[in-house]
Design a protein around this ligand. Sequence first.
Ligand code: AMP
Length: 112
Amino acid sequence: MTIFQKIIDREIPADIVYEDDQVLAFRDIAPQAPVHIVLIPKRPIVSVAHAAPDDALLLGRLLLAAAQVARELGVDGAGYRLVTNVGQHGGQSVFHLHVHLLAGRPLHWPPG
Ligand code: AMP
């Protein structure tokens, strides 16, 4: 079981900023920007590499939730970045699909 499943199950605490029937979003425990939110599907999928065609709606819901959270936190005007890390070279450390919402400072491109 991943740490994110424990957050879904309320076994460990998290600073939750958004929840609906399929998506949960909470503040990252080690923020890389002034605003750093992690958005996850409640249904466990390892990464986008493991997503199936049936997951298309859920993946869309994740992105729409990210945009909603960005609006609610007031960072949509200045802009933000959405990232999903996949596997070892992608820097994935928690193997439950998630989207990072990073905002609150200029974000450089390309990332290091
Ligand atoms: P990734 O490296 O893309 O797999 O991202 C995993 C993210 O989860 C990292 O940014 C971690 O800081 C974050 N994280 C790990 N444990 C927790 C936790 N208990 N609560 C909130 N964020 C967490």
